[in-house]
Design a protein around this ligand. Structure first.
Ligand code: NIG
Length: 394
């Protein structure tokens, strides 16, 4: 049996990104010639390498950069099957329609618990290997009371950090003629069945999914049940999602591909994080989300993969960062911040996305000397070593 060392000293760091403005310059609080000590599940020490204390184990990372683990604040990991044929048809000119989700609903419902749990576990392992250490995931491919409850339970048991109830993902086919009855289910028995595991409620507020009044109803029910609010908004066209999210004080509004000036002003003056999902825009041939306009306005920004079988079948945060730089106009520093501290803010957490004494020891050594390589090598920079809550996961 391997016994984990009680403390690990990391030295030889090419560039240390802390996201702690007290630790160093810029939004990334970068420190040169730094060392870091992980002890138990937290960061025990950070400072100049020449002053580093001893530890049970030490690791020289030979000039590679060290960062907080990625915080992937928007994923849909609880699904079975794939939609490669739909993707291929889309690349041949078919439009993306939210209705494609029903194929994933059918495949997910038809999969037994053990198989579904293994799929989620495998996806989490892939994410850890790529440097992601804090994961949010949503239900939303079950859409019956038992299937949504199962999705929430599997996600929680698989060890994701945050579970979001997304019964209001799309109206399932059996409720085509009675949307109201489906909303009654979502806001009543389905919500009751998931609220032990879920911390958040989300709604897909978009033409073809749920309109503003329906979205309000879902979010109000979630809030009354004690859940925090998240919104999918402005993904496929302009719409009320962003305005609604800001008005209701949602923690995050996600996609934000089609934003009016008023949407950007609202995001800049409120506390709702604009979570951009650039791999989705790429995979659905939408224009890139206006990251530069948001950053210039001072809006809080997060980046996430939106890993799902329909619009973004990737778990790679480095790819997302590269797209945010190359297509959305963020600087590399802004994108790295959004993929770490921004994600933490979107999840209203202060223990992840930052490297400082007392924070959760979510640490990655990337396969490059500096963050500049992440966009430069177009997402090809992986992780050489990853700790989640002090435990080596890759
Ligand atoms: O974020 N927008 C809603 N949900 C997913 C799409 C899911 C699907 O097509 O299966 C998204 O893009």
């Amino acid at each position: 049996m391997t016994v984990s060392p009680r403390s690990t000293l990391i030295t030889g760091i090419g560039q240390l990104v802390t996201n702690d403005p007290a630790a160093g310059p810029g939004i990334l609080g970068t420190i040169d010639h730094a060392a870091i000590v992980i002890e138990g599940g937290t960061i025990a020490w950070i400072g100049p390498e020449r002053e580093a204390p001893t530890a049970d184990e030490s690791l020289n990372v030979a000039g590679h950069a060290v960062l907080p683990g990625w915080v992937d604040s928007h994923t849909h990991l609880v699904f079975a099957g794939d939609r490669a044929a739909e993707f291929t048809a889309r690349m041949a000119g078919e439009p993306y329609q939210a209705g494609g989700m029903r194929a994933s609903v059918e495949a997910t419902r038809a999969t037994d618990d053990e198989t579904l749990a293994q799929l989620v576990t495998d996806r989490i392992a892939d994410m850890h290997a790529a440097g992601t250490t804090c994961i949010e995931t949503k239900t939303g491919y079950g859409l019956t009371v038992p299937d949504e409850a199962r999705g929430a339970r599997i996600a929680a048991q698989a060890g994701v950090d945050e579970v979001t109830f997304l019964g209001a993902h799309v109206v399932p086919i059996e409720y085509d003629d009675d949307r109201g009855a489906y909303l009654d289910l979502v806001c009543g028995p389905m919500l009751d069945a998931v609220k032990g595991e879920a911390r958040w409620i989300d709604v897909f507020c978009e033409t073809g999914a749920f309109d503003e009044a329906e979205s309000r109803r879902v979010l109000a029910a979630g809030r009354a049940a004690g859940l925090g609010l998240r919104v999918h908004g402005n993904q496929l066209g302009p719409g009320p999602g962003v305005r609604l999210a800001v008005e209701l004080g949602a923690a995050s509004v996600d996609h934000c591909t089609y934003l009016s000036d008023a949407d950007i002003d609202a995001l800049a003056s409120g506390s709702t994080v604009a979570t951009l999902l650039p791999a989705t825009d790429l995979s659905t041939r939408q224009p890139p989300a206006p990251g530069r306009r948001l950053a210039d306005a001072g809006a809080p920004i997060a980046l996430a993969t939106n890993c799902n079988p329909g619009t973004s079948y990737t778990a790679s945060m480095p790819l997302v960062i590269a797209l945010a730089v190359l297509q959305c106009g963020l600087t590399t520093a802004e994108a790295v911040h959004a993929a770490t501290a921004g994600g933490a803010r979107a999840l209203r957490r202060d223990d992840v996305g930052v490297l400082k004494v007392g924070a959760r020891a979510d640490v990655q050594v990337i396969d490059a000397p500096s963050i500049d390589h992440i966009a430069y090598r177009v997402g090809g920079v992986g992780a050489r070593a990853v700790w989640r809550a002090g435990r080596r996961v890759a």
